[in-house]
Write a protein that binds this ligand. Structure first.
Ligand code: 0O2
Length: 210
C-alpha cells in the first residue's frame, strides 16, 4: 500500500475501511434482491433470467490504483465521491432480453436509485466488449443509522461473459508485451460479433418456443 500511496498522505484511512465494509453490505443487499427477482420470475413466468451471479470486492490496492490513475483526491472523501465499483455484482443472464428485464425489475424497486449507466451492449467497446454496467445506490441499515451505498452491477449474457472472461485472461497473460494481444485484436472483436449474432438467433428460437 505504501508503494501505491507514494509520498501522499492518505487522509482518514479508518473512515475508508469502514466505507469499504459498508460497500460489502450493500452488495449483499443487492445480491439478495436479485436472487428474489430471479425466483419470482421462475414462479410467475416459468423462466429464470439469471444463469448465475458473481460478487466481488475490488481489492484495496486496486481501489488506490484507480484513484491514482484517475487523478482523484487520495482520501476517504475522494474515494466516496468518485469510486462506485468497490462492490460489484456480475449477473450472467441466459438471453439478451433477460439483461434488460433484470435491469428494469431491479430499478423498479423503490429503495434502489440509479446513479450511473453505461450500455456497452448497444455501444460495444472498441475491443468488442459487451455488457450493461449500472451503478445503483441501496440503503444499508447499520447500528448507527442508514447509509446509501453504491454497488456496481454488470449484467451480461453467457456468451458475452465467456468472451469477456477469456479476453481478460489473454490480456492478463500477455501483460509483459501488450502488442501480442493487439495482433489478435480484430480477430477477438470478430468473435464478439459472431457470438452476438448467435445469441440474437438463440433468443428468437426461445421466443418461438415460449
Ligand atoms: P474489475 O476488477 O473487473 O473491476 P468508471 O469510472 O468505473 O465508470 P472505468 O473504470 O473505465 O470507469 O470502467 P469501465 O471501462 O466502464 O468498466 C471497467 C470494467 O469493465 C473492467 O473492470 C472490466 O471488468 C470490464 N471491461 C471493460 N472493458 C473491457 C474489455 O475490453 N475487456 C474485458 N474483458 N473487460 C472489460 P476492471 O477495472 O478491469 O477491474
Amino acid at each position: 500500500l505504501r508503494q501505491l500511496l507514494g509520498d501522499r498522505q492518505f487522509k482518514n484511512f479508518e473512515e475508508f475501511i469502514s466505507y469499504y465494509h459498508l460497500c460489502a453490505e450493500g452488495a449483499n443487499e443487492v445480491g439478495t434482491k436479485l436472487e428474489n427477482l430471479d425466483s419470482d420470475f421462475q414462479f410467475k413466468y416459468d423462466h429464470n433470467p439469471i444463469h448465475h451471479m458473481e460478487e466481488r470486492m475490488k481489492e484495496i490496492p486496486s481501489v488506490f490504483e484507480k484513484v491514482r490513475r484517475k487523478g482523484y483526491e487520495m482520501s476517504a472523501k475522494g474515494i466516496k465521491d468518485n469510486i462506485y465499483d468497490i462492490a460489484g455484482i456480475r449477473v450472467i443472464t441466459n438471453y439478451l432480453d433477460d439483461v434488460y428485464s433484470v435491469e428494469k425489475t431491479l430499478l423498479q424497486q423503490s429503495d434502489i436509485e440509479l446513479i450511473k449507466r453505461k450500455d456497452y451492449i448497444k455501444n460495444p467497446k472498441e475491443s468488442g466488449y459487451r455488457s450493461l454496467h449500472i451503478v445503483v445506490s441501496v440503503p444499508v441499515f447499520e447500528t448507527n443509522g442508514v447509509q446509501n451505498t453504491p454497488v456496481e452491477v454488470q449484467i451480461r449474457t453467457v456468451g458475452m461473459d465467456m468472451w469477456a472472461s477469456l479476453e481478460h485472461k489473454l490480456r492478463y497473460k500477455t501483460k509483459a508485451d501488450p502488442t501480442l494481444v493487439d495482433k489478435y485484436g480484430d480477430q477477438l472483436k470478430g468473435y464478439a460479433e459472431e457470438l452476438s449474432k448467435i445469441e440474437i438467433n438463440m433468443q428468437s428460437i426461445f421466443h418461438d418456443l415460449s
